[in-house]
Each structure stands twice: as structure tokens, then as C-alpha cells.
Write a protein that binds this ligand. Structure first.
Ligand SMILES: NC(=O)c1ccc[n+]([C@@H]2O[C@H](COP(=O)([O-])OP(=O)(O)OC[C@H]3O[C@@H](n4cnc5c(N)ncnc54)[C@H](OP(=O)(O)O)[C@@H]3O)[C@@H](O)[C@H]2O)c1
Length: 266
């Protein structure tokens, strides 16, 4: 019998990451679940092993910390059955850059940029010689914007899209069957907005998506070898619009949004 492939999912303790873990287990992958909240990871691992008869392992790691990141990277590099890495762990902050505490911005860059880069390097050094599998980087529609009040979030997700797109070009040059994807969701129901203390109420109902839908779209795109996946027709239109706008108009729109947010705060 063929060996089951291993999927490594970061940020698997809630939201989109937990949904990736469920859907990948249903596809017959063994799982390595990574995040900081051990209790969440362990109960998900038990649930997946029982429901899908796959091996689910847990690594408790703060991916913004160098030593933890390297520990996870080493596990990825040395997994002989590695099939997929999902760089999903992430968080948002709200507020003007110079007003926010520097540590939260450093943390975000370490997680969205350094961890995604470090773990992708580990995965590709394993997958490219074997000629299989892939990496999904969970980015955001924010990658296409430059929002006032969300400077580091947009910048790090923009980096993620550029990084993934350039990797895609390299893999094509190497004629490698290894796939990479930047998944760019819009508003998705998860713990994301609670963690960032973002009020969900001003956001229209029609813009909310479930993690189930977002992950299904990602995996469908992965099967088709799609580089950029934007779940939902509304967000595809929004991104088309954002791309068509000149930079000054995009920034003006974002400044208006930020102004509304500032007024709400006072
Ligand atoms: N929800 C949205 O509207 C939305 C839209 C676009 C993109 N996204 C992106 O989707 C991804 C998943 O977010 P989500 O919506 O599922 O939010 P979530 O429910 O808050 O999940 C975030 C996950 O990241 C993990 N994480 C955070 N900091 C970490 C760290 N230092 N080390 C290891 N793990 C860490 C958290 O686990 P622990 O706290 O247990 O460590 C949690 O499992 C993020 O990259 C986010 O930017 C979300």
C-alpha cells in the first residue's frame, strides 16, 4: 500500500487552519498540526485520527520565535512523506502604524514573512527533488491594497503574493511539478477579528465567507494548479477593481475608510 502523504498546517488551532486540517484529513493526508494552543491542537488531532483513520501529530510552536521556527522547519525538511505545507498562521492589527506598539508589528513580520519563507524553504528542499506536493500560503485580498490602519498587514500579505508568484516562476523554469498557491480570502468567519478586536458589525453580511468555503476553493485551485486563488465572485470583482485603480485612487479610498474608523473610535 502507498505511504500516506503528510500535510503540515500552521495555525491549525482555529479558523481557516483547522478547516484545512479537516479537509486534508478527509483527503487521506496524515497531519502535523502547528500552533501555540496545545489543548486545541490535541483535541483536533484526536478528532481527525478517529474520524478519518489518519495519523495526526501536534507541534506546539510560536512561529514568531527563531528556535521554534527552526524546530518546525527541521521536521518539514526531514519528513520523507511530506506532501503539502500550508503556511496559514497569522493575525491582524488595527490602528495607525506609528501609534501601534512596535512589538506587534515585528511579530507580524516574523510570522507572515520570516516563518512563511523559512518553512517554504524547508518544504521545497524536500519536495523539489521528489517532484511532488506543494505549498499553500494563506495571504489575503489585503495583499492587493495599501490600507491606512492596516499597513503591516497589507505589506506582509503583499510580500506573500510576490514571494509565491516568483516561486511559481522558478518552479516553471525547473519544470518541477511541485505546486505553489497564494490563497487570498476576504472576510472569513474565524477568531481573526476577535483577536484583533475588530468590530464585525459594519461589514455587510454578503461579504462574509465560511472557512469551509474558503478552504474548498483553495483545494480546488490547488488540484487545478492555480497560483492565485481568490474565493468568491464578489472578491474576484473587488480585486479586479482594485487592480484597475491607479495607486493614488486606491490610497484615497483606504484613507476614507480609515477616517471612518478614527471617527468611530473618538
Ligand atoms: N478571517 C479573515 O477574515 C481572513 C481574511 C484574509 C486572510 N486571513 C488569513 O487567514 C489566516 C488564518 O486566520 P484565521 O482567519 O483562521 O484566524 P484565527 O482563527 O485567528 O487563526 C489564526 C491561527 O494562527 C495561529 N497563530 C497566530 N500566531 C501564531 C504564532 N506566533 N505561532 C503559531 N501560530 C500562530 C493561531 O494559533 P495559536 O493562537 O494557537 O498560536 C491560529 O491557529 C491568517 O494568515 C490570516 O491573515 C484571514
Amino acid at each position: 500500500m502507498a505511504e500516506r502523504k503528510l500535510a503540515v498546517v500552521t495555525g491549525a488551532s482555529s479558523g481557516i487552519g483547522a478547516m484545512f486540517a479537516r479537509k486534508l484529513a478527509a483527503r487521506g493526508y496524515d497531519l502535523l498540526l502547528v500552533a501555540r494552543r496545545e489543548d486545541r491542537l490535541r483535541s483536533l488531532a484526536v478528532e481527525l485520527s478517529e474520524m478519518y483513520h489518519v495519523d495526526s501529530d501536534v507541534m506546539v510552536a510560536d512561529l514568531a520565535a527563531d528556535a521554534d521556527r527552526e524546530r518546525v522547519a527541521e521536521r518539514i525538511r526531514s519528513a520523507s512523506n511530506l506532501g503539502l505545507l500550508v503556511n496559514n498562521a497569522g493575525f491582524g492589527t488595527l490602528g495607525f502604524f506609528a501609534d501601534s506598539d512596535l512589538e506587534s508589528q515585528l511579530q507580524m513580520h516574523r510570522l507572515h514573512v520570516l516563518a512563511a519563507m523559512h518553512l517554504t524553504h524547508a518544504a521545497l528542499t524536500n519536495l523539489i527533488p521528489r517532484g511532488e506536493g506543494g505549498v499553500i500560503n494563506v495571504s489575503s485580498v489585503a495583499a492587493f491594497g495599501q490600507s491606512a490602519g492596516s499597513v503591516s498587514y497589507c505589506a506582509t500579505k503583499g510580500w506573500m503574493n510576490d514571494f509565491t508568484s516568483a516561486l511559481h516562476a522558478e518552479l516553471e523554469v525547473q519544470k518541477s511539478p511541485v505546486k505553489v498557491q497564494a490563497l487570498c480570502p476576504g472576510f472569513t468567519l474565524s477568531e481573526f477579528h476577535d483577536t484583533a478586536a475588530i468590530d464585525r458589525s459594519p461589514i455587510p453580511q454578503s461579504l462574509w465567507m465560511t472557512a469551509d468555503f474558503v478552504v474548498s476553493e483553495s483545494l480546488r485551485g490547488f488540484d487545478e494548479g492555480k497560483l492565485i486563488v481568490i474565493p468568491g465572485w464578489r472578491y474576484k470583482l473587488i480585486v479586479m477593481f482594485m487592480k484597475a485603480l491607479p495607486g493614488w485612487a486606491l490610497r484615497k479610498m483606504s484613507a476614507k475608510g480609515a477616517e471612518r474608523y478614527r471617527k468611530q473610535k473618538v
